[in-house]
Write a protein that binds this ligand. Structure first.
Ligand SMILES: Cc1cc2nc3c(=O)[nH]c(=O)nc-3n(C[C@H](O)[C@H](O)[C@H](O)COP(=O)(O)OP(=O)(O)OC[C@H]3O[C@@H](n4cnc5c(N)ncnc54)[C@H](O)[C@@H]3O)c2cc1C
Length: 387
């Protein structure tokens, strides 16, 4: 795509996003066109569309922001194409979505903005998106979807569960990647989850799940999962993982269930002989939010390359907290107190390290900002997309 095409797409999208309620109106218009012109498409979406609506605009914004960066955008779209095989998506569905989106954008922008050149630019951009996704999906020889039987469900905190599944066939993901998951109580409501263990020939996969208050899916996963039930998993996604350069030391910063993709990498490194140092910061609001420290501590005892430092925003547990299962095991690095990005940045600029951040989007953004303000080069910092 040339720079003029990219600029036309970006300008139109910004014009839509800048209008009050623009993104919401664009999405509503898109789905009403899609479901009117292609009624069969409705079956692919959940009954409740709220989260879905947010996703479309965020995904579009993500793509539009990266049109000048094909080296990152194309692999991302290819992964998304492979992931979409779980819906049974075909080339006709991509056409239906592309045509509906163009109509919605055109209606929204009006004749003055939607010139022939803009129309051509959007056709080209959506063509690249669709052909990359379809090409990757067609070339993929892995299953479209993996089935997994729940073999363990443990509540490790009040609203956080560890769930282990036996996959019907092993999945070749990279430690650090994430997958979309569908549970039987919430059909068609796929949610991303990061495996907390590396891939293994036994096909056991572990998820750490926090129940988000008011969420459609996660509270059910935490409270109503039953041993023996069948979950479905889509293809692995994401660019986090152990960097190929073995000379590069690593800093990993995870809050809450954000430790899952980092833990998977640490467990994988522990299976190899590694000389690179890894400093893992494990964060939470209160000491009682930390979990899994025992295992991480034992790993750091067996593997001198690993340092694990707990960090909490508050020194003490909230007044209503009565259990005492959250203290770091004796002998582990002293817990530090403060906002995790600020704490890590105060320990150095980490210029020579590969840095990964995982957790809630707001935590990722704040931590990245703190590190950059402390002198960490932005190209050293990696994280998953913030949606
Ligand atoms: C790359 C990636 C990896 C992920 N890995 C994991 C994982 O390993 N374990 C895990 O538990 N979750 C993980 N998530 C989050 C997960 O995909 C869901 O977003 C989360 O479980 C909420 O789903 P829900 O259906 O309960 O809430 P929804 O019904 O989707 O949302 C309900 C409301 O809660 C808000 N919300 C959604 N997520 C959060 C959040 N984390 N904190 C605060 N508010 C939120 C939404 O904006 C919305 O307003 C990951 C997300 C991404 C993008």
């Amino acid at each position: 795509m040339d720079s003029q095409t990219i600029s036309l797409v970006r300008t139109t999208f910004k014009a839509v996003a800048a209008v009050d309620d623009g993104p919401e109106r664009l999405t509503s218009s898109f789905y009403s066109i899609l479901f009117t012109d292609y009624p069969e498409a409705r079956d692919f979406f959940p009954a409740a569309m709220e989260t879905q609506r947010d996703r479309l605009v965020r995904a579009l914004a993500y793509v539009v922001d990266r049109l000048e960066d094909p080296d990152n955008l194309l692999p991302f779209l290819a992964q998304l194409g492979r992931d979409h095989r779980k819906y049974g998506t075909t080339a006709e569905h991509y056409t239906a979505v592309g045509v509906s989106l163009l109509k919605a954008l055109q209606n929204f922008a009006g004749h003055e903005i939607w010139t022939d050149d803009v129309d051509r630019a959007w056709n080209e951009a959506l063509g690249v998106v669709a052909s990359t996704m379809i090409g990757a999906a067609d070339a993929d020889e892995n299953p479209a979807v993996w089935g997994g039987t729940v073999i363990e469900h443990r509540n490790v905190l009040r609203n956080l569960a560890v769930v282990r599944l036996q996959l019907n066939e092993p999945m070749d993901y990279r430690a650090g990647q994430y997958v979309s998951v569908q549970v039987p109580s919430r059909p068609r409501m796929w949610r991303y989850m990061s495996p907390a263990n590396p891939p293994n020939k036994d096909g056991i996969i572990e998820f750490h799940i926090r129940g988000v208050t008011g969420g459609w899916v996660s509270p059910s996963m935490v409270s109503h999962t039953r041993i023996g039930e069948q979950w479905l998993l889509g293809a692995p996604l994401g660019a986090l993982g152990i960097p190929a350069n073995p000379a590069r030391d690593l800093v990993m910063i995870g809050c809450g269930t954000g430790i899952a993709p980092l833990r998977a990498q640490v467990l994988e490194l522990a299976e190899w002989t590694t000389s690179r140092r890894v400093h893992l910061f494990v964060g939470g609001h209160h000491p009682c939010d930390l979990y899994d420290l025992e295992l991480l501590w034992e790993l750091s005892l067996d593997n001198p390359w690993l340092t694990v430092t707990p960090v909490t925003e508050n020194e003490d547990n909230p007044w209503w907290h009565v259990d005492d299962y959250s203290n770091a095991p004796a002998g582990m690095s002293t817990r530090l107190t403060g906002q995790i990005g600020k704490v890590v940045a105060s320990l150095g600029s980490w210029e020579d390290r590969d840095i990964q951040i995982a957790g809630a989007p707001s935590m990722i953004q704040t931590t990245k900002f703190r590190l950059m303000a402390g002198g960490t080069p932005v190209q050293n910092i990696r994280h998953d997309p913030l949606y």
